[in-house]
Design a protein around this ligand. Structure first.
Ligand code: TXA
Ligand code: MG
Length: 353
């Protein structure tokens, strides 16, 4: 598609947003399902098609250079330091919501999540929408709890019916999302009592944030943190395909696979170290993942979606290293595997009886 047609499509999508419709668009992290952030009915439509609980807030996407003080109040200097360092890019900042911004966008909370994406199609859409002065509320374009989409095709697969019935307008094409996992989310609303709190790890690491701010970053979900803003991506079970996912330590990966195959289980696998044993292609579908964390994150969701379609009974994942740089990937894998966390033990015990 040539550039003129492409910008025509983007402008048309911006008009659709302005008239209250939903538009799916690419970002560098994952594809988003967007609505006018100042139109509560349009945001309610997002909740309806995603089948998402109404008290979960959505991130507001802004054009480069947009005035964040339109959206947030009592903005601490730390926010501006982080914006200078990481925007446009995969970092969402949680700030206090400005009084005139409808609370539908933050699930009734008094905070707001803001992010400026770096993907050129997302930026062109944001510049065209309300002349660059609007905000596009957009969660990931998937059903609640399911794997996030990293290509336009994933969105078309996820919402085939809604698109056909017109509940979702245009799906803008933007290739494979480069980062592949959702933005890092940093809460700056409790600086005085807690410091900066990372609600969701991602491509922009705690270390990178610490380097800019010069203070330690705290982690949500470690220890009692009941005052943390609710974040759906921080629910234990999330980002999951329909097929149960089981992660096992690298040292146990081969032996576990062998035991499961001995039970005639149809196992799909995701591994990153070179496999030692001969693979029984009748019963396994094996995907080799990149060994570097950025390559792995880039492929993660497409791999889970692919393995979800091969008719396997379970997806066995060789756990990546537990080091800080893998935090974002390990977070997504552990949430994808949460609902099946007892399955492996059950299967192996059943075999011994
Ligand atoms: O990379 C991303 O962040 C992608 C792309 C489309 O930008 N979006 C995304 O949205 O992952 P979603 O809705 O799937 O996840 C947004 C997360 C949720 O966990 C939500 O609860 C949290 O951000 N969030 C949004 N606004 C918040 C707020 N005011 N306070 C606390 N958490 C918030
Ligand atoms: Mg999501």
């Amino acid at each position: 598609m040539n550039q003129i047609q492409e910008s025509h499509k983007i402008n048309e999508a911006a008009r659709q947003l302005e008239s209250g419709h939903l538009v799916a668009f690419p970002t560098e992290t994952v594809y988003g399902l967007g609505a006018d952030a100042e139109n509560p009915q349009a945001i309610q439509q997002i909740y309806a098609v995603k089948e998402r609980p109404a008290d979960h807030p959505v991130i507001v996407h802004l054009a480069p250079g947009a005035a964040i003080d339109y959206w947030a109040k009592n903005i601490p200097p730390e926010a501006y330091q982080l914006i200078a360092a990481f925007w446009p890019g995969p970092l969402t900042l949680i700030l206090q919501r400005a009084d005139h911004i409808p609370d539908t966008v933050s699930g009734g909370q008094n905070t707001i999540g803001l992010r400026c994406p770096s993907h050129p199609v997302a930026q062109a859409l944001l510049r065209s929408f309300k002349d660059g002065k609007g905000g596009i509320a957009a969660p990931s374009a998937n059903k609640f709890g399911h794997v996030s989409p990293t290509s336009a095709q994933h969105v078309l697969d996820e919402f085939a019916q809604e698109i056909q019935h017109g509940a979702i307008g245009p799906v803008l094409e933007g290739g494979q999302s480069e980062v592949g996992i959702e933005s890092s989310i940093l809460d700056l609303t409790r600086l005085a009592s807690h410091g900066p709190v990372l609600l969701r790890p991602g491509h922009i690491s705690a270390q990178a944030i610490e380097q800019v701010l010069g203070v330690p970053v705290q982690f949500a979900n470690t220890g009692a943190d009941s005052s943390a803003p609710r974040a759906s991506g921080t629910l234990d079970a999330h980002y999951a395909p329909n097929t149960p996912v089981i992660t096992v330590a690298s040292e146990l990966f081969e032996s576990t696979k062998t035991q499961l195959l001995a039970q005639k289980k149809h196992v799909a696998t995701m591994y990153f170290s070179v496999p030692h044993s001969t693979i029984d292609l009748q019963k396994t579908f094996d995907l080799q993942m990149p060994k570097d964390v950025f390559g792995y994150a880039h492929r993660l969701y497409a791999a889970l979606r692919q393995l979800d379609t091969v008719g396997a009974e379970l997806i066995l994942v060789e756990a990546p290293p537990m080091t800080a740089e893998w935090q974002g990937v390990n977070d997504r894998l552990s949430r994808a595997a949460f609902d099946s966390r007892f399955l492996l033990a059950q299967l192996l015990v059943a075999n011994k009886v």
